[in-house]
Design a protein around this ligand. Structure first.
Ligand code: GLN
Length: 498
């Protein structure tokens, strides 16, 4: 482990160094904070650096380590997407309407990470209310892709992916409603997993589309994802959609063995519109798994063409309802002059507080739910959602995991798609289906395009099949070194990681 270069660390290497007392949690935290000071001006992955909290967490971790305690995340520097409520720490969700909002309580994921002894370094940049695929909808300026600062990091958890790629933490949490963990993981060359709907508690996670939202980790390696998932997964009575089901030892499940694993290749995902470099790299990755004993089967997911339309109806409908609570009364921004009516206060607050994409979604969702249109749009979307789910159950009769690209292209240029929301929505074409069906899906680096931008391989499993995608992803990382490549940041160092 190169102690001066955090971008070369993983949780696994830091864990070993901490346990052997070669380095203290405080030293790790300080090195990370220095790294942030250097690279953050060119990346802007963070909306807040929690300096004091980081040093206090690190000191507490050092005490526990000193006493001989050993735990997977003890002393590990992490960051949280700014959608996770953190007690006394501003939680903006990337929006002006929550600019000064300090939650009075912690989200379940934040609590579990804290109890596990991890060190909270900061809160990450994101598209406003997690609506977006590029981070350009952040009210506080977008994050940049560490591989090429003229490119987007992906969204909506763009800051969470960029923070890992830039060496500003060893793992981050994001949320994924239609691809928001997997897309930025793929664009930033890191690993990320969206677990099964209900696997991780959403208590204290600001709601976007409640039937789709799920929490998950991003890190360099699948092994690191397994370590973090093991800490944040599990039942929570405060989230009624959280599933009471034992959490397996995800790290112990990484046997490296994929012999006999049936990998389904959906023909609809390798169709027109996918960049040639992306197709080449994902096909090569699938071949690598086959070379290690996996069996390839061609499958069909015939309703793939309807996934984007279905997703954008369901997500906006739920968002229009969830976002009704930002009214200037209970929390966040309030805009009103004395003498204004209540309605006038709502109007002014929401007009000043929400950005253009959020307003567009509220209008779309309200329309889809309104009397006279409900049957034609929202009900229809729910019916198609059932068909998409059925596609997956039929496919999983013939395979154990589905492999496909995470996104049709690599990271696009900043500004390229802002004027064309439909083009932006199409970045989610391969990711939204797993949310509509509630399935676990992993994205791992599997190569680079001609411009040196990372490409992501997506692995999808049946519900609660996290162990299967993690095992396959880890087997792939044992055989390849894409996850060891590091970007050359202007101020940072490049080179091989751990
Ligand atoms: N890009 C999708 C959207 O804008 C997905 C976002 C997400 O998963 N939060 O809705």
């Amino acid at each position: 482990m190169n102690l001066s270069d955090p971008s070369s660390w993983t949780i696994a290497t830091a864990r070993a160094a901490l346990d052997l007392r070669e380095v203290s949690a405080t030293e790790l935290a300080n090195t990370i904070l220095e790294r942030i000071a250097t690279v953050e001006p060119s990346v802007h992955a963070l909306l807040k650096v929690t300096h004091e909290r980081a040093l206090a967490d690190a000191a507490a971790a050092d005490e526990r380590l000193q006493r001989g305690e050993r735990a997977p995340l003890l002393g590990i520097p992490v960051v949280l997407k700014d959608i996770f409520a953190t007690r006394g720490i501003t939680t903006t969700c990337g929006s002006r309407i929550l600019e000064n909002f300090e939650p009075p309580y912690d989200s379940d994921a934040a609590q579990r990470l804290a109890r596990a002894g991890s060190v909270l370094i900061g809160k990450t940049n994101m598209d406003e209310f997690a609506m977006g695929s590029s981070n350009e909808n952040s009210a506080f300026g977008l994050a940049h892709n560490p591989w090429d600062p003229t490119r987007v990091p992906g969204g909506s958890s763009g800051g969470s992916a960029a923070a890992v790629a830039a060496g500003e933490c060893l793992a981050s949490l994001g949320t994924d409603t239609g691809g928001s963990i997997r897309l930025p993981a793929s664009y930033c060359g890191v690993s990320g997993i969206k677990p099964t709907y209900g696997r991780v508690s959403r208590y204290g996670v600001i709601a976007y589309a409640s039937s789709l939202d799920q929490v998950g980790p991003l890190a360099w390696t699948v092994r690191d994802l397994a370590a973090v998932l093991g800490v944040i997964a599990g039942h929570d009575a405060r989230d009624s959609t959280s599933v009471p089901r034992d959490v397996p030892d995800y790290v112990a499940g990484l046997t490296g063995d994929v012999a006999g694993l049936r990998i389904g290749i959906p023909r609809e995902y390798f169709a027109e519109g996918i960049a040639p470099d992306v197709e080449r790299a994902t096909r090569a990755a699938i071949k690598t798994l086959a070379d290690h004993g996996a069996k390839l089967v061609e499958i069909g997911l015939p309703h793939t063409d309807y996934a984007i339309a279905t997703y954008y109806l369901v997500a906006t409908a739920e968002a229009s309802s969830n976002l009704a609570r930002y009214d200037g009364v209970r929390f966040g921004l309030r805009r009103a002059q004395s003498g204004d009516s209540l309605l006038e206060m709502y109007r002014q607050t929401r007009d000043a507080g929400f950005g253009p994409e959020v307003k567009r979604r509220i209008m779309l969702g309200t329309y889809a739910l309104s009397a006279g249109y409900y049957e034609a749009y929202y009900s229809k979307a729910l019916q198609v959602r059932t068909l998409i789910r059925r596609d997956f159950s039929e496919a999983f009769a013939r395979c154990d995991v589905i492999a496909a690209p995470t996104a049709p292209t690599t990271a696009f240029r900043i500004g390229e798609k802002v004027a064309d929301p439909l083009a932006m929505y199409l970045s989610d074409i391969f990711t939204t289906s797993a949310n509509l069906a509630g399935l676990p899906a992993l994205s791992i680096p599997c190569g680079f395009d001609a411009s040196g931008l990372p490409i992501g391989l997506q692995l999808i499993a049946p519900a609660f099949g996290e162990e299967t995608v993690l095992r396959a992803g880890d087997a792939y990382q044992r055989a390849t070194d894409w996850h060891r490549r590091r970007p050359t940041l202007a101020a940072g160092r490049s080179g091989e990681g751990a």
